[in-house]
Design a protein around this ligand. Structure first.
Ligand code: IPE
Ligand code: IPE
Ligand code: MG
Length: 245
């Protein structure tokens, strides 16, 4: 439920009627942010985690339906062991610190990606967060972890095949979408990538079909609420045609 009034949104230059229903963010640039400061990459990951609260809170208060955050890709397993282990500890720390407030704010957490390959402590924290917030009706907060769009699509195809072997019926588009992690969630309207790269890096390839893309050179740890508002303003200026005129 939106907490901000229409007047508040208008003061930030946002029209309350045309906010994106679903925003996704590739939270990139933590390592370079730290390196610019002469600090280790993991210092950037910690600073990045501290950004989350403000962006999640704003999305929830603005009444955005869903927010999907790319936190660890299927390709990020290629990172050095030491960096991964810091990332995993930060995840556990994040959930233990933030879960109460997220739950109080009626946020429902869903993990996009297979949890099993993560260390047990991480898996437990993720499962607990999902279970605890399962019945919440506010912002859908999706955290993409060990997520890759190709793996998600292959998984959906496999599940469709299994079903069709059982029923003998040919599954349609809807059946396919029901097997994506985003099943039942609002259409992706806006995809933001921080950190200057202009690529999707295997994120939401199917869901982004008609999403507006917003790339900013700002590194994730510097992506403040003001930067987020700039992205939302840019989104509201786009002419969306969906193939029509
Ligand atoms: C994004 O920041 C976080 C993860 C991929 C886990 P990076 O770690 O990719 O930071 P850069 O892109 O190297 O600066
Ligand atoms: C994408 O960032 C993944 C996340 C932000 C979690 P990367 O830093 O892994 O992407 P590439 O390697 O630059 O494409
Ligand atoms: Mg990166």
């Amino acid at each position: 439920m939106a907490k901000f009034t229409s007047q508040q949104l208008q003061q930030w230059g946002l029209s309350p009627q045309s906010l994106p229903r679903h925003v996704a963010i590739v939270m990139d640039g933590n390592g370079r942010w730290a390196q610019e400061k002469g600090r280790p990459r993991t210092f950037g990951h910690r600073a990045g985690t501290e950004r989350l609260r403000e962006i999640i809170r704003f999305s929830s208060d603005a009444g955005i339906g869903a927010l999907t955050l790319y936190a660890f890709s299927t390709e990020n397993w290629r990172r050095p062991e030491e960096e991964k282990s810091v990332l995993f500890s930060l995840l556990v720390e994040y959930f233990s610190k933030e879960i109460d407030e997220l739950h109080e704010n009626n946020v429902r957490i869903t993990i996009f990606g297979e949890k099993d390959p993560f260390p047990q402590k991480v898996c437990q924290a993720l499962v607990r967060a999902e279970e605890r917030t399962r019945d919440n009706t506010g912002l859908r907060l999706n955290i993409a972890l060990n997520y890759g769009s190709r793996a998600e699509i292959c998984r959906a195809v496999r599940l469709c095949c299994e079903e069709s072997a059982k029923t003998g019926a040919y599954p349609g588009d809807e059946a396919f979408e029901q097997h994506l992690y985003s099943a039942g969630q609002p259409e992706l309207d806006l995809l933001i990538r921080t950190g200057g790269e202009q690529r999707l890096s295997n994120f939401l390839l199917y869901q982004a079909a008609y999403a507006e893309l917003y790339f900013t050179p700002v590194f994730w740890p510097d992506f403040t609420r003001e930067e987020y508002i700039l992205a939302l303003q840019a989104f509201q200026k786009r002419a969306r045609r969906f193939g029509g005129l």
